[in-house]
Design a protein around this ligand. Structure first.
Ligand code: PMP
Length: 326
C-alpha cells in the first residue's frame, strides 16, 4: 500500500493506493480504519474521479483531445479534474460558488484551469446552470456532472473499495462515509454489498442537511459549516441510493469541529471538517458494535478522510468553533 516503488511516468499514476490507518481511540475490539485521501497528488479523494471519469469519457468519445471540461464544483473536484485534464490534453473551466475556500480556487488556477465564481446565494444549483450554459457555447466541451454521472460512483467501486478490502483481507464490518455527491459512499456500498450483503452502511451528513429526509428521518434544514458533504436539495443528488444505506447520521458542526481538532492533536491527522464528521459517525458505529447493539459480518469499521485541513486554514478551521467561518 501507498508505496510507489517503481519510477512513475506521470502524476496520474500516483492517484490512489492511499494509506488505511487505524484510529487510536477505536473502542476495544472494534478497530475503526480511516482511508487518508489527502495522500493523493491534489490532496483529496476527488483526484480519483478526475482521472477515472476523464479517461472513460475520452475512451467513450464524450469528449476529444483538445476539448474543454466544464464542471460546477466546490473545489476539490476542480483540483482533481484540473490535474487529470492537463495530463490528458484537455482544457478545464470550473464554476465555483463564492463561499468555498479561496485556497482551492487558487490551486485550480495554478493547475492551469479557469475559475468562474457564481453568487453564494444561487447555491450549487446556480453553478450547475452556469456550467451548462458555458458548455453549450463551446465546441467539444463536456460537463462531467459529478452529481449525476455514474462514473463518479464507478471510480470508487473500481479503486477505493478494492484497496480497502485488499488491505483488510475482506474483514470489513461497516462502512461509514460522508455524502456530498455520494459517489464515494455509493461506490463503496455497492462493492461491500457484493462481498457481504450484511455489511452495515452509514451515510454521514452535517446537521441541517437533508439526505435523511429521503429515508423519512426528521430533518430541519439549516446552514452548516462542515464543507464538502450534505445537501439542501436531495433531488439534485442523483447518485444517492437509499436502498444501499442502513442509516444516515447527521453530525453537528460542533462535534465535527471538536473531532478534527482532536484528530490533529492526539493522532497527527491534519484533516478537515468532513473527516471530523466521518470520524464521529464511524466511532458511534464502532461503539454500537462493541456494546453488542449492532451485528456486522466483521467487527471493524472503515471510513474515509476526504482531504486535508491546510486547505481551510484561512477560514480558521483550528480556531474556536465560533471563529471558524463557513
Ligand atoms: N469531503 C470533502 C472535503 C469533499 O470535497 C467532498 C466532495 N464534495 C466530500 C467530502 C464528499 O465526497 P462525495 O462527493 O464522493 O460524496
Amino acid at each position: 500500500m501507498t508505496t510507489h516503488e517503481q519510477p512513475l511516468e506521470s502524476v496520474l499514476e500516483t492517484i490512489g493506493r492511499t494509506p488505511l490507518v487505524r484510529l487510536q481511540n477505536s473502542p476495544a475490539g472494534v478497530p475503526v480504519y480511516a482511508k487518508l485521501e489527502s495522500f493523493n497528488p491534489g490532496a483529496s479523494v476527488k483526484d480519483r474521479i478526475g482521472r477515472y471519469m476523464l479517461e472513460r469519457m475520452l475512451e467513450r468519445g464524450d469528449i476529444d483531445a483538445g476539448g474543454t471540461v466544464v464542471e460546477p464544483t466546490a473545489g476539490n473536484t476542480g483540483i482533481g479534474f484540473a490535474i487529470a485534464a492537463e495530463q490528458l490534453g484537455l482544457e478545464a473551466v470550473f464554476v465555483v460558488p463564492e463561499r468555498f475556500s479561496v485556497e482551492k480556487q487558487q490551486l485550480m488556477s495554478a493547475l492551469g484551469a479557469q475559475v468562474i465564481n457564481t453568487p453564494t446565494a444561487d447555491g450549487m444549483g446556480g453553478a450547475i446552470e452556469r456550467a451548462h450554459d458555458l458548455a453549450d457555447e463551446l465546441e467539444n466541451a463536456v460537463v462531467p456532472q459529478q452529481f449525476s454521472n455514474p462514473l463518479n460512483t464507478e471510480a470508487h467501486y473500481e479503486t477505493t473499495a478494492p484497496e480497502i478490502y485488499d488491505a483488510l483481507e475482506g474483514e470489513v464490518g461497516a462502512i461509514v462515509a460522508g455524502c456530498g455527491t455520494a459517489g464515494t459512499l455509493m461506490g463503496l456500498a455497492e462493492y461491500a454489498r457484493e462481498q457481504d450483503p450484511k455489511t452495515h452502511i452509514v451515510a454521514v451528513e452535517p446537521d441541517g442537511s437533508l439526505y435523511g429526509s429521503l429515508v423519512g428521518d426528521d430533518r430541519e434544514e439549516a446552514n452548516y459549516k462542515t464543507e464538502g458533504i450534505g445537501t439542501h436539495d436531495p433531488a439534485t443528488n442523483d447518485l444517492f441510493d437509499p436502498s444501499l444505506v442502513d442509516d444516515i447520521d447527521a453530525v453537528a458542526d460542533e462535534d465535527a469541529h471538536a473531532e478534527l481538532r482532536r484528530l490533529a492533536r492526539e493522532e497527527g491527522h491534519l484533516v478537515a471538517s468532513s473527516a471530523g464528521a466521518a470520524s464521529v459517525a464511524a466511532t458511534r458505529v464502532a461503539e454500537r458494535i462493541a456494546a453488542g447493539d449492532l451485528e456486522t459480518p466483521h467487527e471493524s469499521v472503515v471510513t474515509v478522510f476526504p482531504d486535508s485541513s491546510e486547505r481551510y486554514l484561512s477560514k480558521g478551521i483550528y480556531r474556536s468553533f465560533e471563529e471558524w467561518e463557513s
